[in-house]
Design a protein around this ligand. Structure first.
Ligand SMILES: *Cc1c(COP(=O)(O)O)cnc(C)c1O
Length: 261
């Protein structure tokens, strides 16, 4: 198994649970992955990666990763928890954004707990893959099935996804407004054009203090700190959503400027 250094904890734990030999490559570095793939002796290779990195907000170069996977006869699997429902013209997520078909992206999974606002997850792939998971995936077989009420809520969310594209447009506008204005204010933005917009603070106590000061001003922005992220890279994780208004984002920017500058 080949995993990006910054993969979500669930991908790392899943890799350990699989019993496969795990190798981690440098974040979003296809050359680093390629080097490891070229040295791998096993015939069965799986590359697993986040579509949108949950603590950084940047996206994986899935087009390049897909070519690399095909060249080395490896499977590519994407965890699109933060892409599904948001990225792509129809909210189909990272695979739609990059225009990848099933051959180019054989294993796509995403959760319903982020963009869709419900609970649970899905895996999409070939019939052989899905049948294998149903028959052999112990963590799936021995977990209580999703309650029908949750499935119904998820279906309602999927219908909104298909019929109310203005939500995605509004979110895209908030993201570009936020990044543009934060850039003008010289706030320590990280390289992200998704709804996850972290501000790099560095010091853990400073990040916590800022998060508390924001809360006192009516904003819920969590401080992400080690060990969730590398030492010295504590950050404020701002997550924009379609439910926010431009005025709220404007006030957030003013408050950040007041507290940080
Ligand atoms: C939140 C998240 C998960 C876990 O999803 P749950 O629905 O809470 O199990 C998995 N992967 C990524 C990348 C996530 O952000």
């Amino acid at each position: 198994m080949f995993e990006d250094k910054l993969n979500h904890a669930s991908l790392l734990d899943g890799g350990l649970l699989s019993g496969a030999r795990m190798q981690r490559f440098l974040h979003n570095d296809v050359a680093s992955l390629e080097l490891k793939l070229a040295k791998a002796k096993s015939g069965n290779k799986l590359i697993a990666i986040d579509g949108v990195f949950s603590m950084d907000g940047d996206t994986a170069p899935l087009d390049e990763l897909s070519s690399c996977a095909q060249k080395h006869k490896a499977w590519l699997m994407v965890d699109d928890a933060h892409g599904f429902g948001v990225l792509g013209k129809n909210g189909g997520g990272s695979s739609e954004y990059f225009g990848l078909d099933q051959q180019q992206l054989p294993i796509l999974m995403a959760t319903f707990g982020k963009g869709l606002g419900t609970f649970g997850a899905f895996v999409a792939g070939s019939n052989a893959l899905i049948e294998t998971l149903i028959q052999f995936s112990r963590s799936y077989i021995y977990t209580t099935a999703m309650p029908p009420s949750i499935a119904a809520s998820t279906r309602a969310g999927l219908r909104l996804l298909q019929t109310e594209s203005w939500r995605r447009q509004h979110l895209a506008e908030l993201i570009s407004y936020f990044t543009h204005e934060a850039g003008l204010l010289n706030l320590p933005l990280m390289k992200s054009n998704t709804a996850i917009q972290p501000l790099l603070i560095g010091d853990t106590d400073a990040a916590l203090a800022l998060s508390q000061a924001l809360e006192a001003n009516g904003f819920w922005v969590s401080a992400i700190r080690p060990p969730t992220v590398p030492a010295g890279s504590a950050r404020l994780r701002i997550t924009l959503s379609a439910a926010h208004s431009k005025e709220q984002v404007e006030r957030l920017l003013q408050t950040l400027a007041k507290l940080m500058l």
